[in-house]
Design a protein around this ligand. Structure first.
Ligand SMILES: Cc1cc2nc3c(=O)[nH]c(=O)nc-3n(C[C@H](O)[C@H](O)[C@H](O)COP(=O)(O)OP(=O)(O)OC[C@H]3O[C@@H](n4cnc5c(N)ncnc54)[C@H](O)[C@@H]3O)c2cc1C
Length: 408
């Protein structure tokens, strides 16, 4: 992991004199083509793509690299292509897979595993019906899983008789912290500058460029990329989106046998049940399986004061799910972590130019399913910030679409 606060020397451009707003003296203001605010999942990818295109870039992150205070930690993230949330995500995912392979090759790390995905639920529910629809529309490989195949190939799962099950061979998982660190490392190889443990206090347009003020200094850039995760209400209050920021615990449960082992060919899983949507990963250590609930979650107001201990409401839905559907797991977890979802009202991301600032690209509201997209969203944000436009179809992710704002 890359750890120093200043990851490279500020060597991209000679510093020039500027005047800090409201300050009596003269300031040294470093100037860049682009400043990326937030270096979590999305920001780290944008940081990499800006640098890879040869532009000078400063990344500013309030915590460390691949930290555990936001939305991009907990070891693994599901990746899949037959996307029930909205079929327009599929072309982005096809590009994301290519970019993940490229990053994995570059880093020399197994960042992505295509171990397959078992998805099950009632046939007309959003998950199964939506997955089949997306696969049909985009010609993706999705297999129906028969009862006998469920019994033979998935003995660790109890799938109710009224459920359908499908298998997506391209599904799998990403190593989340390693992926963030790999994006940052490649950006730094391309000469990017990263400041960690530094918090952006405000940003504004000054003449033809943008000024960013942090708790440590002032910086200027021709464009900004803002990817603040759950801190978005404070950094982009003018969007006035009806955000729902929720606390999401993840648990590791001991396996009673090797039924769920990655080394024996087990894949990721997603079950849409009457009690909620649950998902998890094959056992990577041969001992525990990570399981979590995608639905529900306690709404919070301040990401800095989230309760990171296990609270009363966390375990009962998971225990009920495990007892009904994964009897091969003990219901006493050995470990947990707490992560944050930043939900938009329709569950779709916001990836767009800032409505009031042409030179500012924003990526936020990833609604608990954004990590698999990070390299392609990083590339699109780079298009928007450096070129003002992108060739990707992202109208459905517009900051100005209806239904996003708070009711008045
Ligand atoms: C429990 C859980 C499970 C998930 N499972 C999946 C999954 O299986 N598959 C999937 O695709 N997605 C999944 N997601 C969603 C995915 O992880 C997120 O959508 C994605 O990580 C969001 O990245 P982000 O960059 O928006 O947020 P973050 O990674 O939190 O990054 C935002 C960064 O901005 C920094 N920042 C904020 N404000 C400032 C400031 N003022 N100054 C400087 N820095 C600042 C923060 O410190 C942070 O590092 C899951 C999320 C959670 C919480």
């Amino acid at each position: 992991m890359v750890s120093p606060r200043f990851c490279t020397q500020e060597r991209l451009r000679p510093q020039r004199q500027g005047v800090g707003p409201g300050q009596p003296g003269r300031w040294q203001v470093s100037s860049y083509d682009c400043i990326v605010i937030g270096a979590g999942g999305i920001g780290s990818a944008a940081f990499d793509h800006v640098a890879s295109r040869g532009a000078s870039v400063l990344g500013i992150e309030r915590f460390g690299i691949a930290h555990d205070q936001g939305s991009s930690h907990g070891h693994t993230r599901v990746i899949r292509q037959a996307y029930f949330e909205h079929p327009d995500y599929v072309p982005l995912l096809v590009d994301a897979y290519r970019l993940w392979d490229d990053l994995a090759d570059h880093s020399g790390q197994p960042l992505i595993s295509r171990c397959g995905l078992l998805l099950a639920g009632v046939p007309d529910g959003p998950a199964v019906a939506g997955t089949r629809h997306a696969a049909r529309l985009h010609g993706l490989d999705l297999q129906d899983v028969s009862r006998s195949r469920l019994d033979n190939d998935f003995p660790g799962f109890t799938i109710p008789d009224d459920f359908d099950a499908v298998w997506e061979a391209a599904g799998g998982f990403l190593l989340v912290e390693d992926a963030v660190a790999a994006h940052i490392a490649r950006a730094i190889e391309h000469g990017a500058v990263l400041h960690t443990e530094e918090t952006v206090v405000r940003w504004s347009r000054v003449g033809k460029s943008y000024e960013v003020v942090t708790d440590r200094g002032h910086y200027q850039a021709g464009s900004l990329i803002i990817a603040p995760g759950s801190f978005v209400p404070g950094l982009l209050p003018e969007l006035d989106v009806a955000w729902e920021i929720v606390r999401k615990p993840l648990f590791w449960f001991p396996a009673r046998s090797g039924l769920y082992d990655h080394s024996r060919g087990s894949g990721v899983f997603f079950l849409e049940t009457s009690g909620g949507e649950f998902y998890g990963f094959p056992s990577l250590d041969g001992e525990t399986v990570k399981v979590a609930e995608h639905t529900a979650g306690l709404e919070i107001t301040d990401p800095l004061t989230v309760d990171r201990d296990v609270i009363d409401r966390d375990l009962p839905p998971l225990i009920e799910y495990l007892q009904a559907h994964m009897p091969g797991l003990s219901t006493k977890p050995t470990d947990h972590t707490v992560c944050l979802y930043t939900r938009t009202p329709d569950g779709n991301f916001i990836v767009d130019k800032h409505p009031g600032h042409d030179g500012v690209a924003i990526g936020c509201g990833f609604s608990g399913h954004g990590f698999k997209f990070t390299p392609i969203i990083g590339s699109i944000l780079t298009d928007l910030a450096l070129e003002g436009t992108t060739s990707h179809s992202i109208d459905f992710l517009s900051a100005l679409r209806t239904g996003l704002m708070r009711p008045r």
